[in-house]
Design a protein around this ligand. Structure first.
Ligand code: URA
Length: 249
């Protein structure tokens, strides 16, 4: 294989890698640059041993991580069985520097159709809960889930599915740097805190998630089914609001 053929192959592989990882979001130039071809031309006999093993195209710095890159990787993810039954992936949405990151367990039927988190009945209640303490997904929040694809029949996401999806959430938290995290329901709270304590004991208590104040509360779909939990959930929202007011000082 000539150096030019090797270069073309490397360029093809780098393009493919970029397409798979970023959906062409990186700033790589894909044009065939004559300069680079010259550099990759057959070296003189005595230089042959120094020929780089990796093409210049593959040595380019990896573009910085971004929310859209995470979303694109979620879009093509096949790491767990949930990809087989999903219609849309649901990476999350909201503002880029949120005060509050809201974390649910996983998309439901409506979310699986629209690709947006919390848009079904539970989502409408969540929007009302946030509005009651002057928060909205458009202005101060980012809303996502532990798993980004719908578990079939709304079953609980399994530990191996949450584990597969965790790098996406970890990257989102890293990029978003929220001031506070609100976790919704037993599944996301127990998973993130790695505990099996009951949500009734965890809710309303400030925890720490990798240095970020973390408040568990009931899941809005639980509130839709059990009126009894609405009052404690309201107490939790007031706890969140008090912390937000402290942050504003
Ligand atoms: N329930 C969740 O946990 N997440 C959603 O996005 C919708 C419903």
């Amino acid at each position: 294989m000539t150096a030019e053929q090797k270069y073309n192959l490397a360029l093809f592989l780098a393009t493919l890698e970029d397409m798979l990882c970023t959906g062409y979001a990186s700033k790589r130039a894909y044009s065939f640059s004559p300069d680079i071809v010259d550099a990759a031309a057959e070296p003189a006999e005595e230089q042959k041993e120094q020929e780089p093993l990796v093409s210049p195209a593959l040595q380019e710095p990896v573009p910085p991580d971004s929310l859209s890159r995470v979303a694109n990787e979620v879009y093509i993810c096949t790491a767990c069985p949930l990809h087989k039954t999903r219609t849309a992936t649901v990476p999350g949405e909201g503002v880029e520097k949120p005060i509050v990151l809201v974390i649910g367990e996983g998309p439901g039927a409506e979310e699986n159709k629209s690709g947006r988190p919390f848009v079904g009945p539970a989502g409408q209640l969540l929007d009302k809960m946030l509005a009651s303490i002057n928060l909205s997904r458009e202005k101060q929040c980012f809303i996502t889930n532990v798993v980004k694809c719908r578990p079939p029949f709304n079953r609980d996401p399994q530990p191996d599915e949450m584990l597969s999806c965790m790098p996406f959430l970890a990257r989102q938290i890293d990029l978003l740097k929220p001031k506070l995290i609100l976790s919704l329901g037993r599944i996301s709270t127990q998973w993130l805190l790695q505990t099996d304590e009951a949500i009734s004991r965890l809710r309303g208590q400030w925890k720490d998630y990798h240095g970020i104040p973390f408040l568990p509360t009931y899941h809005p779909s639980a509130l839709l089914h059990n009126e009894m939990w609405k009052r404690p959930a309201w107490e939790d929202l007031k706890t969140l609001k008090a912390r937000l007011q402290e942050l504003e000082k």
